[in-house]
Design a protein around this ligand. Structure first.
Ligand code: GLP
Length: 242
């Protein structure tokens, strides 16, 4: 595991941007695994700015997102589909047909089966991850097995509380209690993985990810067995490390 420690969120985003830009320049038809939450926002801003000023093109890029809330459609401002359109896809030259976010409405079992098949057919070259304060990646909460694939998951109360703090206008009752998430096995199948974590509330999860034992209690710790993971952390997220 490669660990890059930086001073702050902007620097962390810039380091991640270097990896993504290099990926797209060297392999224009890359398949990217993308993430939501507050963490990737700055990286996406940098990708948009780079596209607008330097013409970096996403015309041949395909994307697969980690997860989606059950019950929210793409028109809902809190859905991850809306987040991706608004924060990235609407501002670059990607073909929307090539962007994929699991659908949290309609026939959930079929949506999940279709997503797993699409991931099999489209191996991810570079996967972006954030991390939950309880060590979740995607929406793979503590207790998730290493061989899990895309499935319907129940969100822990701590995750619902965390996500209400920054989204859903602070109203925990508005946060869906279930989501569809790529599983750990889908994430580990990516050729290369970049995880960004910033802030004091990520320090314990980062300590377990880097210094703890691999265990489903901290799903991010399963990344230890992947051959090409880069973890980018700011001072606060690194503060519990030895
Ligand atoms: C949600 C997402 C995760 C994300 C996490 C952390 O639970 N499903 O993919 O990593 O939030 O969010 P934030 O980046 O806002 O701290």
């Amino acid at each position: 595991m490669k660990i890059i420690k930086v001073d702050n969120y902007n620097e962390a985003s810039a380091k991640a941007f270097e990896v993504f830009k290099n990926q797209i320049i060297t392999q224009p038809e890359s398949i990217l695994g993308l993430a939501t939450g507050s963490t990737p926002r700055k990286l996406y801003e940098m990708m948009i700015e780079d596209h607008q000023t330097n013409g970096t093109s996403y015309k041949q890029v395909k994307t697969f997102n980690l997860d989606e809330y059950v019950g929210l459609d793409g028109a809902d401002e809190q859905s991850y589909e809306y987040f991706m359109n608004h924060n990235l896809f609407d501002h670059i030259d990607i073909d929307k047909q090539n962007t994929h976010v699991p659908s949290g409405i309609g026939d959930i079992a079929k949506n999940i089966a279709d997503y797993n098949q699409m991931l099999k057919d489209n191996p991810i070259d570079l996967q972006l991850l954030g991390i939950g304060s309880n060590g979740h990646i995607g929406f793979n909460e503590p207790g998730t097995a290493k061989d899990s694939v895309t499935s319907l998951v129940d969100l822990k109360q701590s995750t619902i509380d965390d996500n209400a703090r920054l989204f859903f206008g602070g109203d925990v009752t508005k946060v869906p209690t279930q989501a569809i998430s790529m599983g750990i096995a889908n994430i580990l199948a990516a050729k290369k993985i970049v995880l960004i974590a910033c802030g004091q509330n990520k320090a314990d999860a980062i300590k377990t990810l880097i210094e703890g034992k691999e265990s489903s209690e901290c799903p991010a710790s399963f990344l230890q067995s992947h051959p090409d993971v880069t973890v980018i952390i700011d001072k606060e997220a690194a503060s519990a490390l030895k």
